[in-house]
Design a protein around this ligand. Structure first.
Ligand code: AP5
Length: 188
């Protein structure tokens, strides 16, 4: 199968994880959600989890050296490079590490999908999830901080991928099905 590498980007609560699960199934891509991998490590009490926990609870980014090591090890045994990244890269250093990694694997980026949702809606979604799931970073103060971290450190990457001709903007404020349909359309 041909290589395919897709990034799902957007603020906390934009629907990256929800769409990543659907898209990885429909396009036969390996889903690599750095937040999910970190949360599993925290739950299992691994060395990585112990190092990452404080940053996650505070809504800060986990240090880049921990993230790139984790991503490299997830990609080490791939036959075809068919990957969907959810929540990675998150700053310019991670974006250039990803470029190098893909270069080493002989693959290129297919598309960076930016899910656009307004701030009130993402806060509403995350507070609702807090009631349902109790994620440790889903309280209003930490949600607002995560949004600031996104605006300062991650949002500038949209321009990087736009300049590279890879950015596709999708209205993430629609229903889950409608967002999925739009993503499929921009990828086809
Ligand atoms: P991460 O797990 O990536 O969290 P996040 O970016 O804050 O995103 P969320 O999971 O909150 O939202 P989402 O966009 O995935 O939306 P979801 O589909 O879940 O990161 C957590 C932490 O880990 C970071 O703060 C950082 O500390 C660390 N980290 C992770 N990656 C890192 C990296 N690369 N570098 C450094 N640190 C890193 O949906 C949210 C809710 O909305 C759900 O309840 C869902 O059901 C609902 N929903 C989804 N879509 C819709 C829709 N269309 N309409 C209505 N509701 C919807």
């Amino acid at each position: 199968m041909a290589n395919e590498v897709v990034l799902l980007m957007g603020p906390p609560g934009a629907g990256k994880g929800t769409q990543a699960a659907r898209l990885s199934r429909s396009r036969n891509l390996k889903q690599l959600s750095t937040g999910d991998i970190l949360r599993s490590n925290v739950a299992e009490g691994t060395d990585l989890g112990r190092k990452a926990r404080g940053f996650m609870d505070a809504g800060e980014l986990v240090p880049d050296d921990l993230i790139i090591g984790m991503v490299r090890s997830e990609l080490s045994d791939l036959q075809d490079v068919r990957v969907l990244f959810d929540g990675y890269p998150r700053n310019p250093a991670q974006a250039s590490q990803l470029d190098e990694l893909l270069n080493d694997l002989g693959a290129g980026l297919t598309a960076a999908i930016a899910l656009e949702v307004d701030e009130d809606e993402v806060v509403r979604r995350l507070l609702q999830r807090s009631d349902e799931q109790g994620r440790s970073d889903d309280n209003e103060q930490t949600i607002r901080h995560r949004l600031n971290v996104y605006a300062e450190q991650t949002q500038p990457l949209l321009e990087y991928y736009e300049t590279a001709g890879k950015l596709k903007r999708v209205d993430g404020g629609l229903s889950v099905d409608a967002v999925e349909e739009q993503i499929s359309r921009v990828l086809s």
